[in-house]
Design a binder for this molecule. Structure first.
Ligand code: MCA
Ligand code: AMP
Length: 459
């Protein structure tokens, strides 16, 4: 039986003033609980709250406060422009926006102050209730809200704690954004549930990781690539217990450079917003470049391959799966097979010894850049909102540092590359901006008039 999500928030084995340090500002667990209690009292009874998810103690306090009160939380990327932010607020039904600093918003804002204290004594909410509504891109249209239950989060964190021997003895270090599964669910709630100390470095820079003196480090492959480009910082991680990579494929050369510079092979783990983390190598097990390991406890996997083929779509079941997309029964139904397995959209293979290898994605319209998932359709729609743009096609081009970089092909009059990049950055989150724009006379199309991305010229 999985223990309720927040049962272990009080410090196991004694509190410390720097139990959580986020961007250089520290809180003890008692201070966190007191400040979160004040948030819970203020928002109790709201249907859904949004949190402006800056990398700050305010975000941690706001999220824990909402979880105490049993109000579903929607993290909003702090740099999202009006198109993305308003969609998330409207679609989720959030009536309040929790924020550490005053901002203009189309809903009532509620200030969050880590110095406040209030006791919260209400019982833990139903484990099947929604903890998070996490907005995530599909191949077309605006992002969808994935409903993540308290039970799913608790089961996932327990599975990871077992896989990585993650305990209160650890100090977790990372600098990932606090509006996605990686940085928020694993990187904050994982530390709270296991009792480990958390150092959030603000930004995931090599120098900040090297200075943090942690035992457990999280990064997306871009972060690990930048660390191996900075050998002194990489060597400083030699004394860590585990270096963990996820959210995108870790290139084999980066894996090998990490081993060469730190003396240890990184842990790779695989997941999705909709399923949380489902497959990982183990603290006490083998780690191979290109492989994400074996399923966590309670997760079953299968490959839907054509007759005779070993490679096909990875499908999953287990206690960490989401409860569907908010208000989108058709999209939810479409993400499951007839016999109830979740369709990841990732192409994978399973070796005879059970080790999983992620080979690619079924759709080229789902881009992973710097570990962020970006739907080509959302960026195309943002470009088409510009009056000078007549046609747009967006692709992910291979990129050494980011994995993929967003490249936009447009048919447009009288506008330059920088202006269009800035336009997208101002409408959506900044990381969804194209890094390159190519201007064409017309998009290549088939006889039916459908754009043919395969026929686009090289970036
Ligand atoms: C640049 N900037 C701009 C513009 N261009 N601002 C406005 N308009 C522009 N045109 C600014 C940015 O705001 C930012 O400022 C700075 O330039 C650099 O931004 P950027 O180029 O985006 O940064 P980067 O260096 O390319 O970022 C690399 C990164 C980042 C740090 C690795 O991609 C990252 O944090 N990735 C993590 C993604 C993640 O957590 N994914 C997990 C998804 P300033 O520096 O001032 O802010 S969860 C998941 O995948 C599943 C569940 C799983 O398996 O984990
Ligand atoms: P997101 O919904 O942002 O959580 O992105 C999920 C996607 O990230 C998955 O469907 C995979 O395509 C990719 N992903 C996550 N972890 C890995 C990994 N270790 N190796 C390869 N791809 C990964």
């Amino acid at each position: 039986m999985t223990a309720p999500l927040l049962t272990s928030l009080a410090a196991p084995g004694g509190d410390r003033p720097d139990a959580l340090s986020v961007g250089g500002r520290a809180l003890s667990r008692e201070e966190l609980l007191g400040a979160a209690g004040a948030v819970a009292a203020r928002i109790a009874g709201a249907p859904v709250v949004a949190v402006r998810a800056t990398a700050t103690p305010e975000t941690v306090v706001a999220v824990v406060g909402a979880l105490l009160a049993g109000v579903p939380v929607v993290p909003v990327p702090p740099d999202s422009g009006p198109a993305e932010r308003d969609h998330i607020l409207r679609d989720s039904g959030a009536t309040l926006l929790l924020t550490g600093e005053a901002v203009d918003a189309p809903v009532e804002t509620v200030p969050v102050d880590p110095a406040e204290r209030a006791a919260w004594t209400k019982p833990e909410p139903d484990p099947e209730s929604t903890a998070f509504i996490l907005y995530t891109s599909g191949t077309t249209g605006a992002p969808k809200g994935a409903l993540i239950s308290r039970r799913a989060v608790a089961a996932d964190l327990d599975g990871l704690a077992a896989a990585w021997a993650w305990t209160a003895e650890d100090t977790l270090v990372h600098g990932l954004p606090l509006f996605h599964v990686h940085g928020l669910v694993l990187g904050v709630l994982g530390a709270l549930r296991t009792g480990s100390r958390l150092v959030h470095t603000g930004k995931p820079t090599p120098a900040a990781y090297a200075a943090a003196d942690g035992s457990l480090y999280f990064g997306v492959p871009t972060v690990w690539n930048r660390i191996v480009q900075d050998p002194d910082s990489a060597r400083a991680l030699a004394s860590a217990r585990l270096l963990v990579s996820g959210s995108a494929p870790l290139p084999a050369p980066v894996f090998r450079d990490l081993e060469r510079l730190t003396g240890q092979r990184p842990i790779e783990r695989y997941g999705m917003t909709e399923t949380l983390i489902t497959i990982s190598t183990r603290a006490d097990g083998e780690r191979r470049p290109g492989y994400v390991g074996t399923p966590l406890s309670g997760i079953r996997t299968r490959i839907a391959a054509e007759e005779g083929a070993e490679i096909g779509e990875l499908q999953l079941t287990g206690p960490t799966l989401f409860d569907g997309y908010l208000n989108r029964p058709e999209a939810t139904a479409g993400s499951y097979t007839e016999d109830g397995w979740f369709r990841t959209g990732d192409i994978a293979a399973i070796d005879p010894d059970g080790f999983h290898r992620i080979v690619g994605r079924a759709s080229t319209d789902m881009i992973k850049s710097g570990g962020y998932r970006i739907g080509a359709g959302e960026v195309e729609n943002a470009l088409l909102d510009h009056p000078a743009v007549r046609e747009a096609a967006v692709v992910g081009a291979p990129h050494e540092d980011l994995g993929q970089e967003i490249v936009a092909y447009v048919v447009a009059d009288g506008i330059g590359e920088k202006e269009l990049i800035d336009f997208v950055a101002s409408q959506l989150s900044v990381h969804k901006r194209p890094r390159k724009v190519r201007f064409l006379e017309a998009l290549p199309r088939n006889a039916m008039g459908k754009p043919q991305k395969k026929l686009l010229p090289p970036a």
